[in-house]
Design a protein around this ligand. Sequence first.
Ligand SMILES: [Zn+2]
Length: 365
Amino acid sequence: MSVTVGAVEHSVDVLRARLLADRPERVALYAGVQINGAPHVGTNVMQTAAFLLAQAARERFGVAVVVRFGALDNTAFDKRVCATTGTLYERSYHHALGPDRIAELTKRYYGALFDALSEATGVPYEVETYTRQQRGVRFREEFLESLARRERLRWILAPSHGNVPVSFPCPRCGWLQKYGEDTELLEADATGARFVARCLDHGRYEAEARPGNATFVGLTTLHRNLVKERVAARDEALPVIVKGADWAGGCRLVDEAFLDYPESIPPPRVFTPVVLSASGAKLSKTLIQEGTAQLSAGTEPWMLDTTAWPGPGSDYARMLHGLVTLMLSDPRHFERGYTTRELAALIEQHGLRGERHGLRGGAGA
Ligand SMILES: [Zn+2]
């Protein structure tokens, strides 16, 4: 449980100081969307919390709100290892499937749920892929700015070895070197950066990233989040970053990186409950795929793969809305983690599965 439970009446109150200082007309809550397979319940809890936190911010502070989801189409779709050097190569969902199938996947896994939650909370939402984000002029400017500061940022973004690789897909096949062993920065300034990289099949190639050009820029997780948040901070809406509580340590490093920029204030953050397997490990795609999630008797198949929910999607949206409303009813319930067994017990105790718990307005029905 977080120590902040004693400091707030509602978990969204952590935004109050920034709202009073900045007086923004609009708040944009940023959350992520995984597209590498069907979501598990933990991902949906975080996303539902984004909608409900936005609604609470609107009601408590009288600001306009929007939820912006970033779809991580840069996630690895397949992997290869070079037999001689052991170098890891990856091809992203974007490069393997293309934008149309990415849009289809996002809609299949999240479309109905987001529409139902948006209707129930009156909070509008937007979905943007990483591919689109990184192409934006502001993203390129902030990426180049991060390169200019690389000597300081590298020890914050990679505390153990100071190596922060930037990856560029091979222009012929779309594969990239995950850890950029053979990627080298040739030159960089505020107008652009030139790199050389190596493909397993096609050898050496050059890549140039400029504001306005089409080169795909692959960044490590912390670096990518820093650049995305720097871009969000330039928007007229106050950015609020919503992430699972497992991100607390990572966000501390992103905050530290922010402080390296002159007169720069990191965005406010709200951490959402993490769903854990019986062993205490966070539910994750990797754990589930490895079959090592150590699931207790209370775990139901839909918790690991939400497309297995036995019933209409509108009931699933209603259940999640009820469950996260319950969590947000007291900071002690929101600022903690839940095992799958506890989730099952809560759903049972509060009758969240059936018809009794209705969304206002009957969203998704
Ligand atoms: Zn290639």
